[in-house]
Design a protein around this ligand. Structure first.
Ligand code: GUN
Length: 280
């Protein structure tokens, strides 16, 4: 089988257009505030693309740039001001944060109703209780990519490779809620290749370049590659050896152009969701 490449750019563009159309019907403009501490170049690139995508969807985006040496108290005061600002519907604090800052305390300071990353423990709790509110953007995007393939999740054997709070854990919760039979595998899993081979749906989110080889993939599986790894030669690769895996999979996401574009589109959707929940 030669797998179909899942076009994340196209699915993301459709979602962005859908969000823009809904925003255009609102009697107010949803607001998104992105807080960037320090000058990590990768973060600066992400933040610029978030700004552009928000503007294109009719969302008022503002970026608050703070110096790398910002004290925790100052960042918490910034968040308190955004929590209190009625024009701000969504707050996103770009990670990673500099070492003097306790990221957990910062996430917990965000009003859960404005937590468009879905990282606040209240939103994490809602998701794991099976009544999701604001859901982390990357796993939400993966669910939409799976839907675009038409794969039936009910009763399917799904394997999530990776157990991070940002992707693996919420991914497993969403797949469980969609009635898949979910296994979470990780660095301590025995015979990872055999676990992967049992999966009809495989989501790789470990951050290890091309770790999933072609013979780890079941014939006809749907493979979603969340990894974005830069190799020493500058190439960007996923967690899966894409060409090898595509030889067995029914469908697979490319890197780049798969999951990446969905994350920002889902951030816009979460901003709209938060705005509608707050303002009607
Ligand atoms: N840095 C890398 N990914 C993310 C994300 O999804 N949200 C935030 N806030 N920071 C990130």
């Amino acid at each position: 089988m030669t797998g179909v490449l899942i076009d994340g750019k196209q699915v993301a563009a459709a979602l962005r257009a859908e969000v823009a159309a809904k925003v255009a019907t609102l009697p107010y403009q949803p607001g998104l505030a992105v807080v960037l501490v320090g000058d990590d170049p990768a973060s600066a690139v992400y933040v610029r693309s978030k700004d552009r995508a928000a503007a294109a969807a009719g969302i008022a985006a503002r970026t608050i740039r703070l110096p790398a040496a910002t004290a925790q108290a100052e960042l918490l005061a910034t968040i308190a001001a955004l929590n209190a600002d009625p024009t701000v519907d969504g707050i996103l604090v770009q990670l990673p944060l500099p070492p003097q800052i306790d990221a957990r305390a910062v996430i917990e300071a965000i009003d859960p109703a404005k937590d468009v990353d879905g990282f606040h423990p209240v939103n994490v709790g809602h998701l794991h209780e099976g009544r999701p509110t604001l859901v982390p953007c990357t796993p939400l995007g993966v669910m939409k990519l799976l839907a675009s393939t038409g794969v039936a999740l009910r009763g399917a054997r799904a394997l999530v490779l990776g157990r991070s709070g940002i992707v693996g854990k919420p991914m497993a919760a969403l797949l469980t809620q969609a009635d898949a039979t979910v296994t979470v595998a990780h660095s301590r899993t025995r015979d990872l290749a055999a676990e992967c081979r049992r999966a009809e749906v495989l989501v790789a989110a470990v951050g290890r370049p091309e770790m999933v080889r072609g013979d780890w993939v079941a014939e006809g599986a749907v493979v979603i590659d969340v990894g974005i790894n830069r190799l020493p030669d500058g190439r960007l690769v996923g967690d899966c050896a894409t060409a090898e895996c595509a030889g067995r999979a029914a469908a697979i996401t490319p890197v780049p152009g798969g999951v990446g574009p969905m994350t920002i589109a889902c951030l816009l959707e979460n901003t709209l969701t938060a705005a509608q929940a707050r303002r009607g």
